[in-house]
Design a protein. Structure first.
Length: 291
């Protein structure tokens, strides 16, 4: 029992920075999990990655102006994310370029601009902090910011849940019976940007989208029900945060990448053994007319 306690519980019981890191990962998983499921069902998974990179120039400008200031980098990231989303939408609707290609162009340029700004005005340590985050160094202000974003996400997501689900299944039907589709889509994109900014402070711009999309991909292999899928994605995100922090503590691996790697292991296991479309289930012959 002592060994189990020492490996699984003691790091969080004895070290405040581990408790803070887990609370941050917990909040991120609860807020980002439902959004990741909706991005996946709406075939917008790569948009999450694009938006995560798009916030980098704004965060970098905030860093240049005020250093590692929570307010400046958050405000800069939010502004940059919303601007890139707006510009990508305008380009997609006024030219022949599709929205995914437009987002790809913007996020690559944004990443280059952000890295250049930080590299010219900061150190390599500053660059690593912005790109990969530092979940083990979360302070009270950052935790409160992440908790506030998660709380707002759950409240707004509950309001727009039904039109989001209907639009995933039949966008034409939603347009014919309601005008809620466009406002719900805008609110949804705003929530994605806010959660990526919150994840940026813990996991950096390169990994923030991981806690959003990898658990959603895991959930897709275990259920077809949307509500259950959201619960599985949130549970996967929470477990990844807990196990990743333990891997980091005992093995010396960077905490942020360790969290996403644990989620990646769950994803590989789901691909192989998932009950909905997993490879093992496909290879096992099923009886005639069995679902």
């Amino acid at each position: 029992m002592t060994g189990i306690y020492g490996y699984l519980i003691a790091p969080f019981a004895e070290f405040e920075f581990m408790r803070r890191a887990f609370v941050g990962a917990l909040a991120l998983a609860i807020g980002a999990g439902p959004l990741g499921v909706m991005l996946m069902l709406r075939r917008m998974s790569l948009m999450g990655d694009a938006m995560a990179h798009a916030i980098l120039p704004g965060a970098a400008i905030g860093f240049v102006v005020s250093g590692l200031s929570l307010f400046a980098m958050t405000a800069g990231g939010l502004i940059a994310g919303f601007v890139v989303a707006l510009l990508a939408g305008i380009v997609a609707r006024t030219t022949e370029l599709k929205e995914d290609a437009s987002l790809a162009a913007f996020f690559l340029v944004s990443l280059a601009v952000g890295v250049t700004i930080v590299s010219m005005r900061g150190t390599s340590i500053d660059l690593l902090h912005i790109l990969f985050g530092n979940v083990l160094a979360l302070d009270d202000q950052t935790l409160l910011l992440i908790a506030a974003i998660t709380s707002l996400t759950l409240a707004v997501f509950a309001l727009i849940y039904r039109p989001l689900v209907v639009e995933c299944v039949d966008p034409g039907f939603l347009r014919s019976v309601s005008r809620a589709g466009a406002p719900a889509h805008i609110a949804f994109l705003a929530l994605v940007v806010m959660n990526l900014v919150g994840g940026f402070h813990a996991l950096g711009t390169l990994l923030a989208v991981g806690i959003m999309m990898v658990p959603a991909a895991v959930a897709r292999f275990w259920t077809r029900d949307v509500t259950t899928m959201i619960l599985v994605a949130v549970g996967c995100g929470i477990f990844s945060g807990y196990a990743g922090l333990l891997v980091s503590f005992h093995g010396g691996a960077p905490a942020g990448p360790a969290i996403i790697l644990v989620a990646g292991v769950l994803y590989v296991g789901s691909v192989l053994f998932g009950r909905v479309g997993g490879l093992a289930r496909r290879l096992i012959p099923r009886r005639h007319l069995e679902a």
